[in-house]
Ligand binder design. Structure first.
Ligand code: PMV
Length: 332
């Protein structure tokens, strides 16, 4: 069968997903809002091949380790079941950003895999179905299927828990300044972290209040209201980290430089700079600023002790097929 190649961007959440109602189906405890990160790309090629003696999964030029292999195969199995085919798959995936650079890669990886695998199996899935499929690989991957600013509704079950675009990439010129503090692998991965969320007495308060934060964040984006956006994004990030720090066992992702960046960002905003922060399950900080202030913001962030690198990303588009794959689709 013909190979297909897809591209997808990672995303950064402004209202975070943390904790599942159903860990297997990755049904989130609450809805979330994010933006895709342009310039950071995962490119994945999938071919179902009757002559293959076994599944073949390569990530960044190397044979995938056991855990990654299994996660890829689970998603490919789902596609095979839907398409009623039983050939093994050849999967080649490559990121244009170094792994360990503090940028979560699973969202882009599973979004690109869902699209490439569905096409390679000749399935005709719409955006919602692709978003649901990507969600089964990694929750946040469902938000990397649509473009621009994206909202993932918690939904009532598997069929209505998917992401939609709420504004195009051009709608608001925001930039994510990714402040790299550590490139070490995170101590606890997000799948394990989601499973611990319910052990924090703060999780139910965080989840119950999520509709309010989603409304404020969505309206702030639609009104391009940076002041309202900044307040809710920082509040949401702190709520998630409060849950992490009070779960059993507790998860502490911050390093001293993480807090130094948070304080510098708040001090800059108090002086009128349009910048705010959000932090995922790691020590690196995503400082979100407007396009007009990116030079000044990057300079400030780069001067903070403990900051190794600042990477800039504009708002990215949707997951998409590569129109003109190279003659050898496995040469990525
Ligand atoms: O999709 P996962 O399982 O990698 O979870 C993502 C969790 C956070 O990045 C911390 C929050 C989010 O909404 O992206």
């Amino acid at each position: 069968m013909f190979p297909y190649t897809a591209l997808a961007h990672p995303n950064i959440a402004f209202v975070k997903y943390w904790g599942n109602r159903d860990n297997g189906l990755r049904l989130p405890a609450n809805g979330s809002i994010s933006m895709n990160l342009e310039g950071l790309v995962t490119r994945t090629t999938v071919r179902f091949d009757a002559s293959l003696p076994a599944e073949r999964v390569n990530i960044n030029g190397k044979i995938a380790g056991n855990a990654a292999h299994q996660r890829v195969v689970s998603l490919v199995d789902e596609v095979r079941l839907m398409a009623r085919i039983n050939h093994f798959a050849w999967v080649e995936s490559e990121n244009n950003f170094p792994s360990g650079a503090g940028i979560a890669s699973s969202a882009a990886a599973f979004a690109a895999l869902a699209l490439a695998a569905a096409k390679a199996a000749r399935l005709d899935l719409d955006e919602a179905a692709l978003s649901r499929l990507a969600r089964h690989g990694s929750g946040s991957a469902c938000r990397s299927i649509p473009g621009g600013f994206v909202e993932w509704a918690a939904g009532t079950g598997d069929t209505d828990s998917y992401a939609v675009s709420i504004a195009s990439p051009e709608y608001w010129n925001l930039v994510d300044c990714i402040v790299v503090i550590s490139t070490d692998p995170k101590p606890t991965g997000s799948s394990e972290g989601h499973a611990l969320a319910g052990t924090s007495p703060l999780q139910s308060a965080r989840v119950d209040d999520a509709p309010r934060r989603l409304d404020i964040c969505r309206n702030a984006i639609l009104n391009r209201d940076f002041a309202a956006f900044a307040e809710i994004v920082e509040e949401d990030s702190s709520l998630m980290h409060a849950v992490m720090m009070t779960s059993h066992p507790p998860l502490y992702y911050w390093q001293p430089a993480t807090l130094a960046v948070m304080q510098a960002v708040r001090a800059a905003r108090a002086k009128g700079m349009p910048v705010c922060y959000t932090i995922d399950a790691g020590s690196n900080v995503h400082a979100i600023c407007t396009g007009a202030s990116v030079g000044e913001t990057a300079k400030l962030l780069g001067s903070i002790t403990g900051v190794r690198e600042v990477r800039l990303s504009n708002v990215g588009g949707p997951a998409r097929l590569v129109e003109n794959p190279t003659t050898n689709p496995y040469e990525i």
